[in-house]
Design a protein around this ligand. Sequence first.
Ligand SMILES: *[C@@H]1O[C@H](CO)[C@@H](O)[C@H](O)[C@H]1NC(C)=O
Length: 534
Amino acid sequence: TATDVISFSLVKTCLFPFKHSDLGLMEFSEPGIFNYSTLLLSEEKSALYVGAREAIFELSMTNVQWTVAEIPMNMCALKGKSKERDCLNYIRVLQVVDDERLYVCGTYAFQPQCDHLNLDDFSLEGQIEDGRGKCSFDPSQSFTTVMVDGDLYSGTAYNFLGSEPIISRYSQSRSLLRTQYSTSWLNEPSFVFADVIRGGKSRADGDDDKIYYFFTEVSVEYEFFGKLLIPRVARVCKGDLGGERTLQKKWTSFLKAKLVCSMPELNFVFNVVQDIFTLKGAEWKDTVFYGVFTSQWGNVGLSAVCAYNVSAVEEVFSKGKYMQKATVEQSHTKWVRYNGVTPSPRPGACINNLMRLQNINSSLHLPDKTLQFVRDHPLLEDPVLPIGNKPRLITKDVNYTQIVVERVEALDGNTYDIIFTGTDKGMLHKSVLFEGEVHIVEEMQLLKSDEPIKNLLLSSETRSLYAGSDSGVVQSPTAFCSRYTSCQDCVLARDPYCAWDPKSRTCISIFDAPSQLVQSLRGDADRCPSGMRL
Ligand SMILES: *[C@@H]1O[C@H](CO)[C@@H](O)[C@H](O)[C@H]1NC(C)=O
């Protein structure tokens, strides 16, 4: 079978995962409250904000057990609806507006609503806004948001049934901007992530900041028996104001491309993106998107991690070939490469210095030809390929749901990407890429029960991971160095966070003591002081 053939390239998981009960993790949950799936970290305020069903909590980042503040959000108990089904308010948006306020949206009994949360006294301002397009109607509908300079960018459904997908921007100062309602723009998408990549000011070409969206949708470009899912990256420009006549109040910069995460030699494709993490570097060009993928054919039981350079993504959007709809025979349409002349300026491009020289200072000045073209050709033919043209990690018999990555400088002076992946059974895998090969350093039962990890965040400051699930929030250190009691165990763990301290004869975090420590990511235990082996 397919799984047997590819098992050679799979990463072996540890034989003895850390048990939840042995780890002494900090956990938080309140009786009667469920669905702790919206998390927001504020390092300035040392707080973890948690959106759950019917409640918002402010927890201390250093100890999630301590409830700092709570707001009950059960808003419609009096309307005479069945509380179980209709009246529940699931908090799905928590975004920072400024130092004093968060923007909060909930499903509010299938009529999404938003408000501002004052952080001083942890109270709602009570100026309720329509949450349509900002938050999903149904708590189980896929959905993503990101706040950029006070504007809320979201990807969600615009109606109760979830049949009208929308990527939109809500702004105090600019008018609403949204996607065209058309299957060539969005075709039954499941949104997983959105983020901004800034670079505007440092770029010689005067190009704009961009917001990237990641989702899985039903393909239009492949002929397939049934629905073939395709993982996508789409992007819009921050300065987009829509078109003057064509694409009025619609994105003029919406383009999308296929994300490839596959093993070409075996013809195996991971076609469902579950989560994305943005690993930011010193400059925008150093940004890497890490994604976890599974397959539409879930019975295969394989998960993969693929990484993409932001420059590879940009290259496709700025130079890639467009696809177009062609009619073959009577009613049958097919998407093929567009080989004609593309209008200038390039359809979907952000406003840059070159366009400004032609007196195009905003999207409102773009010529109709460019706008009509991008409206009809939002899909690029060229796919975005992962770094190394293959997955960084493939794991068998797990379904990854979440990913976070931290870049750490080990004692050898090299930097390593440490990949944390959460599963649908509450497990956490920690893996490290070393000399082109990934190995799993640790495997642990992060959640008490075997439920999915719904959200995963990392703070370098507290050296902690925070996981949200239906039943609570868990805080875990990023490393458990002290669990390795001998130099050999410490070194053989090959954990970039941990090293052996010969003085205290303990395995400690490399951040704790800059003295003469022993570490070898190759797993070379001969480096241990002699006479110390156990
Ligand atoms: C909320 O949590 C409950 C209890 O664990 C679970 O049964 C339900 O599916 C969750 N709902 C959503 C929308 O996640």
